[in-house]
Design a protein around this ligand. Sequence first.
Ligand code: 6PG
Length: 470
Amino acid sequence: MTDVKLGLVGLGVMGSNLALNIVDNGFPLAVYNRRMDVTEQFMQDAGPLAGRLHATESPEALVARLTAPRAIIMMVTAGAAVDSVIASLLPHLDPGDIIIDAGNADFNNTRRREKELADQGVRFVGMGVSGGAEGARNGPSIMVGGAPEAYARIQDAIEAIAADYEGESCAAHLGPDGAGHFVKTVHNGIEYADMQIIAEAYGLMRSAGKTPDGMAKVFQDWNKGALKSYLIEITAEVLAAKDPGTDQPMVDVILDRAGQKGTGRWTLIEALKLGQSASTIEAAVGARSWSSQKELRVQGETILDKATDHAPNLSDNDLEKALLAARIIAYAQGFSLLAEASDHFAWSLDLARTAEIWRAGCIIRAALLDDISDAFRGEMQGGNLMFAPSFAARMAETVPSLRKVVAEAAMAGQPSPAFASALSYFDTMHTGRGTAALIQGQRDFFGEHGFERVDREGDGFHGPWVKQPG
Ligand code: 6PG
């Protein structure tokens, strides 16, 4: 009987593609899915690869089919399903076995699960996998967290199945416990921001009268320049597509209500908990929520004044530069959040390596990531990506266009929350003396909260409006 060390639970879209990728790379794999008919169908569809796949009928049978020390990958819906799969496997596992959660987990759960399983001698690896179905099949970007010894045991397989960027695997062990899932969450937050700024550029072009076909060409052109990325590429394809039923542009027949499964929201929650604000990501998550209030917006169109709304007057070149500026700002915020979390949880995250493994396989793969990793490897100053000399120069080149876009969108009555948030972040970061002195004054006025002074050491000073202590 073939010696099988790797198992996989969950044969949904991502799980089945990952399973095929694993066996295609020469690693025999035992699989289990809660519904046996799904497993049977998967085995049938696997064609010649089925020879390296071993279907099992229960968690117990899966564990029994594997030779210890085992490594079992779970690709199931985040949340309670993960705990229930772990509970079903655990009684059959031996100390030293590894469970790998390859779904989009909340990293707080990953930290908890790692601790709980460690008590039983079982290793837990939280592994972020990006790239959708196609990436899972042909090479995703893989962000691994957990004990380095556990990763060492699965490294060969993980690196083999990951995407490849100029000969380098886009998989890396990034830190202990929840580090991998945290990085994946922030990846998704950046994904939300990037998708939102692209949607805002589309909205501005649409209001100016461009057709979806016309916009598709613009996005195709942009994909040849500094914006080159998977999301710009697929935007061109989405805009060019026709609805087979009506021959209308596909984008015109899709209802303007965006779904979300939670990773964008998790990014914000963690940013706020860490005393940060990833405002471009926040705007993107908020915009998805507003998009779901379709009825309200339709009603608002008939009630709220639109007298000054007009077709925005912006060149493709300004939109391109504004997209680049806002994209850099979204990355800057995402990486600041990673740096903050790394300090807080003592993860020692390697930001350059993170940027490197995002260069291929994942949804946010973009030409810019090569420059980002270079900046983090070399010229970085003060921790903020925008301050690296090459990025500061790019901001100087592109922010004037971002200003034009935000100003024109505002005057035209076009929503551009992510562009505007990105610009406000930039403006805040280039203003040494901000406006919080007044907030401190207000806080002290009504609550005697005290403040620091610019001309003396210490805190707890009060203004003349409150009685001085003592
Ligand atoms: C990826 C994607 C993937 C998925 C998310 C986002 O990296 O492959 O981020 O994880 O698309 O689930 O989905 P929502 O937009 O539904 O939140």
